[in-house]
Design a protein around this ligand. Structure first.
Ligand code: MN
Length: 572
């Protein structure tokens, strides 16, 4: 089963003749005003007011602090959950509140969500503050409430049917149909930062001081937002812009410890560095062992501890990479037999729960199909795992259509988690495929979109600087991709560690250089040819000049677009 070649379109019809043209086109394409590029933190205030029950949550926690109540902070085991818990703990320490426990689920087989043990193991707690999970954790929430404790949930998971919500005392979730927040795409870590800002105000009103929300909080909020793949638009753009700035100034010693083991000290951190190098190390703990190691790092207070935990996470991350490579080698050949299918559902005892999200993403990358990868547990008769989607295919809606066959599930349009009884596995496979057959065929054809065509003469340091103003790039705000038509390739050079993954450096007539990562095998084919290119612009530190990051190239790359109603903005 081969991934089909990408159909490229160009969003803007006219070719840019100046840097101002480029800037204006990018603003228009991303729906941004010049003021949006300023990323003013003060603009978050209005949003804060609109988030339903954020003030009630702040008042309840302020009361707990006033009474010295025991607080249990529960967070999901991924980066978003852990950075959320870490912010709350930093805040509790800052106000001198000592009666608290920080809990994250450790039993991966149990899946996601608030563990019942958080309730049973803390019989004296008066308040459970549940972060990045809890919206639908009916059993543990009910157990806590039955004991007379309050449960305050801050979460961002989809709420399609409010009748299925757990009976939290206070639920803050921008996805709740009755939440009037104009911005819905917060990660929990971003929501927690706004919550703490509101809590500061409540404490101030109660005469309990006004602890500073320093750069550490913004740094943690940014890491949670990027790691959870939230779109870097609106409030997230502002949070991430400032969080990255704080990280680059040295905020959050634990995150600096991870930066060091990732070899990123002294380099300017981008959202990409967080998403591809920092977040995987934090997530590795829960994937390979126990999320506690990541939480221990984020809560560590002295340098020796930070150093030790950061190295531990780095080692776990290498274990995780090795595991993914081994299992991919076993799993990807199975796709050969599935070329006729629109969806892929793989289940096996050997697909470890901790990494099956990564495995599902690999399947998507390989064949451009929605994919589910489950670990089978013969003892319990359940299979649990992750699903990943392609643009234009609403995974959440598809799973909702399969809900009768699912034991437990939750997620978003592009990613989800699910558990199914083994006896329903075949029926799930069939119904998921049936749902996929209802979706327009063109969704299964990979498409991507370049922003606009450029005159190659514009490519230089000035353009690079203009593009920096549109950072942070990532989900929802992809790095601009430019179309160059009919460029003659005058030179090629391969480099890398030898093997299929080798890279190709190209020189265009006129002297511009570009890199096609993993493209070494195309060297002979393109040398001397005249081709169209899609490329990003990056800075080559070694040469001190701009270079092209080539995404694709070939003759006649920009064919007229095929109409597709469900077409979404290109993948990155
Ligand atoms: Mn989350």
């Amino acid at each position: 089963m081969q991934r089909p070649a990408t159909d490229w379109t160009i969003a803007r019809a006219s070719r840019a003749q100046s840097i101002d043209d480029v800037r204006a086109a990018l603003l228009a394409l991303r729906g941004l005003s010049p003021a949006d590029l300023e990323c003013r933190l003060a603009d978050l205030e209005a949003d804060m007011e609109a988030i339903r029950d954020l003030d009630a949550a702040a008042e309840r926690v302020a009361a707990a602090l006033g009474r010295g109540e025991e607080i249990v902070v529960v967070g999901d085991y991924d980066c978003d959950g852990l950075t959320s818990v870490a912010q709350v703990v930093l805040f509790l320490r800052a106000v001198g509140h000592r009666r608290f426990a920080a809990v994250t689920p450790t039993n991966r087989a149990e899946g996601y969500g608030m563990p019942l043990a958080a309730v049973t193991e803390h019989p004296d707690a008066g308040l459970f503050l549940v972060l990045d999970c809890g919206s639908f954790d009916r059993e543990p929430v009910a157990a806590a409430r039955a004991r007379g404790a309050d449960v305050v949930v801050l979460d961002h998971h989809e709420v399609s049917d409010p009748r299925t919500l757990a009976s939290a005392s206070i639920l803050v979730n921008p996805k709740h149909p009755r939440c009037s927040s104009p911005f819905k795409d917060y990660a929990t870590a971003g929501l927690v930062l706004l919550f703490l800002a509101r809590l500061r105000r409540a404490l101030d009103d109660a005469g309990m001081g006004r602890p500073a929300l320093d750069g550490d909080f913004l740094a943690l909020a940014a890491v949670g937002t990027i790691a959870d793949m939230m779109p870097l638009t609106g409030a997230n753009r502002t949070l991430v812009h400032h969080g990255l700035q704080q990280l680059n100034r040295g905020a959050s010693p634990p995150l600096q410890g991870l930066r060091a083991v990732a070899g990123l000290t002294g380099r300017t951190l981008s959202a990409g560095h967080i998403g591809f190098q920092i977040a995987p190390r934090l997530n590795a703990a829960a994937r390979v062992a126990d999320a506690r190691a990541a939480l221990d790092l984020l809560l560590a207070e002295d340098e020796a501890q930070i150093n030790r935990y950061a190295h531990e996470l780095d080692r776990l991350n290498r274990d995780r990479q090795r595991q993914v490579d081994e299992i991919s080698g076993e799993l990807l050949p199975r796709l050969e037999a599935m070329a006729e299918r629109r969806t892929i559902v793989l289940a096996d005892t050997c697909f470890p729960l901790g990494i099956n999200g990564i495995l599902a993403q690999r399947v998507v990358r390989e064949v451009h199909r929605p994919a589910v990868v489950l670990q089978v547990f013969p003892d319990t008769g359940l299979a649990t795992g992750s699903a990943r989607s392609i643009p234009g295919f609403d995974l959440y809606g598809a799973l909702e259509a399969c809900a009768g066959l699912l034991h437990r599930w939750g997620g978003h349009a592009m990613a989800a988690g699910l558990t199914v009884r083994l006896e329903h596995l075949e029926a799930l496979r069939a119904r998921f495929e049936a749902v996929a057959l209802e979706v327009e065929a063109c969704v299964y054809q990979p498409t991507a979109r370049a922003d606009l065509e450029l005159d190659p003469a514009l490519i230089g340091p000035e353009l690079h600087a203009a593009l920096e103003a549109f950072e942070p790039y990532g989900v929802g705000n992809p790095r601009p991709q430019f179309a160059l038509r009919e460029q003659k390739i005058t030179g090629t050079r391969t480099f890398g560690s030898a093997g299929a993954g080798d890279h190709l450096e190209l020189t265009l007539e006129g002297g511009l250089r570009g890199v096609l990562w993993g493209g070494a095998r195309r060297a002979a084919q393109v040398k001397g040819a005249t081709v169209d290119l899609v490329c990003g612009i990056s800075w080559n530190e070694y040469r001190g000049t701009v270079q092209l990051e080539i995404k694709d190239l070939g003759p006649g790359l920009f064919a007229p677009p095929v109409a597709c109603g469900a077409q979404s903005v290109g993948e990155s």
